[in-house]
Design a protein around this ligand. Structure first.
Ligand SMILES: Nc1ncnc2c1ncn2[C@@H]1O[C@H](COP(=O)(O)OP(=O)(O)O)[C@@H](O)[C@H]1O
Ligand SMILES: O=C(OP(=O)(O)O)[C@H](O)COP(=O)(O)O
Length: 394
């Protein structure tokens, strides 16, 4: 990588503003998957050992510029403290006088976690004043938040204009592994795209159609494609204004000779809950009052077969609502097929896909689990990541 790294600078006794991606799954105020926190530990531990005063900054969820009590980072601070085996100071703000007072109390090697940076409306707007307010807290900026590197926000990009700015170790590793996998992909090359963030993902499908041999569309995205085929989708997740686009993707796949796969059968539920009644239906037979929440058994078999014949698979986004047992089987089938396919290099992207693989106990069978979903997709599209561009060149 042509960007400066943490190892290239002197941080002893300096206040380091380190952007991390601690946007972790939470339930009832507890962190349910700490993969992203553990992934940042090498960088944090290094800064501690070097005697820096470490300020960690992260977003959690999408509070849209307001304080949302459930999205405070207190539980994250607790988990980090356990993992580091060291006290972590947590502030209720992310900049300003109260934070400066806490920083003044830090000794070399101490760690402080700032409050959710997205509680400030300026964060997502990359507001210059907010970027300056963050920069005022520190001497050096380190970006280790690969998962948020595709966002040009005040704490991921703007701040870098005011301080020496370098990458952390997680950021470096992600760019290295993904870069190597894609510069000359082994074929057949398959992309599996699922999840719920339709708007974020549907665009990258276009680019993947220029690169892959096989494309599998699943999860909540699938219903926009099912609708594009002219079928009803009941109460399933649907991005009505992307239906025409979905149609054009299917045409592009055909024109490019890409094998295009989407579910042929669906597990529908009458409620978004683990106690829902379920049934398996064909994609042209989704009942009006039901919601598609997983792919069915026939689809799973087809996907597993494609995976086993691939040399490289990138997977972003669960194939169903894997958090609820009755709708976890599609995601599990894909994870198992990847685990069994020894000749297939598997790259897993996305917080939820990574959490799913972890939940099924298959994480150590994957070749690379990225901490970034959207970020890894944009990287694989060949887009420049603003959080990387903003860093100092070597
Ligand atoms: N059919 C579906 N309907 C609604 N939500 C779904 C469906 N399939 C998957 N999901 C949800 O998608 C979420 C993950 O989406 P997303 O954040 O886009 O993925 P990732 O974090 O892996 O990039 C999961 O919480 C999962 O429950
Ligand atoms: O979880 C994240 O995205 P991802 O689910 O695409 O990996 C990152 O923390 C970025 O969050 P955002 O998509 O709200 O900017």
């Amino acid at each position: 990588m042509n960007k400066k790294s943490l190892k290239d600078i002197e941080i002893q006794g300096k206040v380091v503003f380190c952007r991390v991606d601690f946007n972790v799954p939470m339930e009832e105020g507890k962190v349910t998957d700490d993969t992203r926190i553990r992934a940042a530990l090498p960088t944090i531990q290094y800064m501690v050992e070097q005697g820096a005063k470490v300020l960690l900054a992260s977003h959690l969820g999408r509070p849209k510029g307001q304080v949302v009590e459930e999205l405070r980072l207190n539980a994250v601070a607790e988990r980090l403290q356990e993992l580091l085996g060291k006290n972590v100071v947590k502030t209720d703000e992310a900049h300003g006088d109260s934070v400066k007072e806490e920083i003044a109390k830090l000794n070399n090697g101490d760690v402080l976690l700032l409050e959710n940076v997205r509680f400030y409306p300026g964060e997502e707007k990359n507001d210059a004043e907010l970027a300056k307010a963050f920069a005022e807290l520190a001497d050096v900026y380190v970006n280790d938040a690969f998962g948020a590197a595709h966002r040009a926000h005040a704490s991921t990009a703007g701040i870098a204009e005011h301080l020496p700015a370098v990458s952390g170790f997680l950021m470096e590793k992600e760019l290295d592994v993904l870069g190597k996998a894609l510069s000359n992909p082994e074929r057949p090359f398959t992309a599996i795209i699922g999840g719920a963030k339709v708007k974020d993902k549907i665009g990258v499908i276009d680019h993947l159609l220029d690169k892959v041999d096989n494309l599998i569309i699943g999860g909540g995205l699938a219903y926009t494609f099912i609708k594009a085929l002219g079928h009803g989708v009941g109460k399933s997740l649907l991005e009505e204004d992307k239906v025409d686009l979905a149609k054009s993707f299917m045409e592009k796949a055909k024109a490019n000779g890409v094998n295009f796969y989407m579910p042929v059968d669906i597990v529908v539920g009458d409620d978004f809950s683990k106690d829902a009644n379920t049934q398996v239906v064909a994609i042209d037979n989704i009942p009006e009052d039901w919601e598609g929440l997983d792919c069915g058994p026939k689809s799973r078999e087809i996907y597993a077969d494609v995976i086993k014949k691939s040399k490289l698979v990138i997977w972003n986004g669960p194939l169903g609502v894997f958090e609820l047992e009755p709708f976890s089987h599609g995601t599990k089938a894909v994870a198992e097929a990847l685990a069994e396919a020894n000749d297939t290099y598997s790259v897993i992207g996305g917080g939820d896909s990574a959490a799913a693989v972890e939940k099924f106990g298959l994480a150590d069978k994957m070749d690379h689990i990225s901490t970034g979903g959207g970020a890894s997709l944009e990287f694989m599209e060949g887009k420049e990541l603003p959080g990387v561009v903003a860093l100092n060149d070597k």
